[in-house]
Design a protein around this ligand. Structure first.
Ligand code: AMP
Length: 188
């Protein structure tokens, strides 16, 4: 079961992805976590990505597409994945479609988590203080939301046109949101 979690930063994708991953015994692939690991290990990619990420910018498409291609061909991902943070641009979504086709994978659903902008701001700034994430400072959060609106939000229409998109109300408790997702996936 290949599921894509999609939505603005701070809607709870990571939290929900972890729960789905445990429930279905399939890996949770977070491109943000992978990039933070590259930064921690001080790899070339990590050093380049850090500058972009700290400023709230996106890492270039070709780098991200290469990263996700490597992940998807690994045997661990054969039975499914919960993809969190990718695709973030239409170019990434188009590339992902091709990768899936080459691997004869049919994605089950794209779950779009919707939360009000006020709530997103509140959550991200709180997370920034707790996790010391430079990219969750109030100024950077504003920029990340603007980038989301310009570059990532069109991905929603792309998936809607393909009939893959399900919108999930992301307000409420973690359990309530999880239940809505399971209902959309046809699992109780
Ligand atoms: P996240 O943890 O998903 O919020 O990602 C943190 C940061 O990593 C983003 O603000 C981007 O700078 C970078 N990033 C993660 N995934 C992608 C992606 N698919 N494309 C471009 N940049 C990404």
């Amino acid at each position: 079961m290949h599921i894509i979690l999609f939505g603005p930063p701070g809607v709870g994708k990571g939290t929900q992805a972890k729960i789905l991953s445990e429930k279905f015994h399939i890996p949770h692939i977070s491109t943000g976590d992978r990039l933070r690991m590259e930064i921690k290990n001080e790899t070339d990619l990590g050093l380049k990505a850090k500058v972009l990420m700290d400023a709230g910018n996106l890492v270039p498409d070709d780098v991200m597409i290469e990263m996700i291609k490597k992940v998807l061909i690994s045997p661990d991902c054969k039975n499914g994945i919960i993809l969190d943070g990718f695709p973030r641009t239409v170019a990434q979504a188009v590339a992902l479609k091709k990768i899936f086709e080459d691997l004869s994978i049919t994605p089950r659903k794209v779950l779009f988590i919707e939360v009000s902008v006020e709530r997103i701001m509140e959550r991200l700034v709180r997370r920034g203080a707790m996790e010391h994430r430079v990219d969750d400072s109030p100024e950077t959060v504003v920029k990340r939301i603007a980038i989301y609106n310009n570059k990532t939000s069109p991905v929603k229409d792309y998936y809607a046109q393909q009939g893959l998109l399900s919108s999930i109300n992301g307000e409420g408790t973690v359990e309530e949101v999880q239940q809505r997702m399971l209902t959309e996936l046809g699992v109780q």
